[in-house]
Design a protein around this ligand. Structure first.
Ligand SMILES: N[C@@H](CCC(=O)N[C@@H](CS)C(=O)NCC(=O)O)C(=O)O
Length: 201
């Protein structure tokens, strides 16, 4: 297997994090998004969406969509990150929530603080993220992890974009449960290895 990633991309980091947590040793090839490598014919043959990450499997097939990739990587071993039980539906619930609601709500802050887009309406962005932050914070009340009693790919998928929580100044300071949960994740050695402090533009 081979991963095609861009190390600064939160979606790539989901896959790199699982690879590190499980010590899978899957090779990771860089796709330089800044140079437009994702639009090359070679890369589009792997993922016609022109997005990272992509997992290239040993039979020559490819899997794109980061949340599918993290779950597929977990299937290489027996792991509590992706338990062999109906808990998978609970995990998938959070992964769909992440891609449909959470990441779109976080993205304007990345556009502004990381990519320097001055057209972003930060007030509107704060109103947009607030209800989803409330859902996440309420769910984490009295819980260490999003699903069950140990870290799963639900935590990995939802936390990924918060690698930029300081650099991108998401207005999450009032959400103590999110804060404690992220502190728990950020202290993991594997998280620190694949999430060096990002440099804003
Ligand atoms: N839903 C996709 C989103 C992938 C995605 O948007 N990746 C970004 C990096 S985080 C990308 O490749 N952007 C390149 C571009 O837009 O040209 C997933 O979860 O894998």
């Amino acid at each position: 297997m081979k991963l095609h990633v861009f190390s600064q991309s939160p979606n790539s980091r989901k896959a790199l994090f699982v690879n590190a947590c499980l010590d899978l040793g899957v090779e990771a090839e860089q796709v330089d998004l800044a140079s437009g490598d994702q639009k090359s014919a070679k890369f589009l043959a792997l993922n016609p969406n022109g997005r990272v990450p992509v997992l290239e499997l040993d039979d020559g097939s490819t899997l794109w969509e980061s949340n599918a990739i993290v779950n597929r990587l977990c299937a290489e071993v027996d792991t509590a990150l992706w338990p062999k039980s109906n808990q998978r539906y609970d995990i998938m619930r959070w992964q769909f929530w992440e891609s449909c609601h959470w990441t779109p709500a976080c993205s304007p802050f990345i556009a502004h603080h990381f990519f320097g887009n001055q057209d972003v309406d930060l007030g509107a962005a704060a109103s947009q993220i607030e209800p989803f932050a409330r859902v996440l914070d309420d769910h984490l009340s009295g819980r260490d992890w999003l699903s069950g009693s140990a870290m799963t790919t639900a935590d990995i998928s939802v936390a990924a974009i918060l690698c930029y929580r300081e650099a991108c100044q998401y207005p999450l300071q009032a959400y103590d449960n999110i804060d404690r949960w992220m502190d728990r994740i950020e202290t993991l050695d594997t998280w620190q290895r694949i999430n060096p402090v990002p440099e804003p533009a």
